[in-house]
Design a binder for this molecule. Structure first.
Ligand code: FES
Length: 212
């Protein structure tokens, strides 16, 4: 009887050990799930890279026709997301990256690369600091971008140029946005990154509806 009691106790101890093991395993599993769930999605995407992910295609968006444009009068449009504003401008002189017969049409994101404020267009002669340039100006902290030269930073805190919208003009003069150039659109992916594809991947429901 005494031995039976011993065996009974041993079995009990064994069960307790197994329960402990199970508890530890479940606890570890729960902690791992929390860590995984809270991991930075962008970091995971960075490791995976575009090659292993199904990247949405760049939309092709008709903006306007060359006949609708007046020199130095910007046209606003959202691209590639419905929440990302840009300006299309006919500068009236040939500029790097310009399209159209005179290679004078460009488009840039309006989202300042410093803290994401909206930039304004100041045509030549309207900016005291750079009167001989076409300027994209951010009023939040006085950021100056050169609209005549790929929206490079001329002054202020912005660390990078404004992303350029890649344009295409067809034989009828219709102007399309077909892609977004680096650096990245502010606020969605890491600053300075040229992995603009992640903007599309992370916000598929906000991609503009293509018309081309
Ligand atoms: S947000 Fe544009 S300069 Fe600071």
């Amino acid at each position: 009887m005494a031995e039976e009691g011993g065996v009974f106790k041993k079995n009990k101890d064994k069960e307790k050990e197994v329960d402990e093991g199970r508890r530890t395993f479940l606890k570890t599993l729960a902690v791992s799930s929390v860590i995984l769930a809270s991991a930075d999605l962008l970091s995971i995407l960075r490791v995976l890279g575009p090659a292993k992910l199904k990247i949405p295609k760049w939309p092709k968006l008709k903006i306007c026709n060359v006949k609708d444009l007046k020199p130095k009068v910007p046209v606003e449009f959202n691209y590639p997301l419905t929440i990302t504003p840009n300006l299309l401008i006919k500068l009236g002189k040939k500029v790097p990256g310009g399209v159209g017969l005179d290679q004078d049409i460009v488009a840039y994101s309006r989202l300042c690369q410093h803290l994401g404020c909206i930039v304004e267009f100041l045509p030549e002669g309207k900016c005291d600091k750079y009167p001989d340039r076409d300027i994209l100006y951010c009023p939040c902290h006085a950021g100056y971008y050169d609209a005549d030269d790929k929206a490079k930073v001329l002054a202020g805190p912005p660390p990078y140029p404004l992303p350029q919208v890649i344009l295409d003009v067809d034989e009828n003069g219709d102007i399309y946005a077909v892609k977004m150039g680096p650096p990245v659109i502010y606020g969605v992916t890491p600053k300075g990154s040229d992995e603009v594809w992640r903007d599309l991947l992370l916000a598929p429901t906000k991609i503009v509806k293509g018309t081309g």
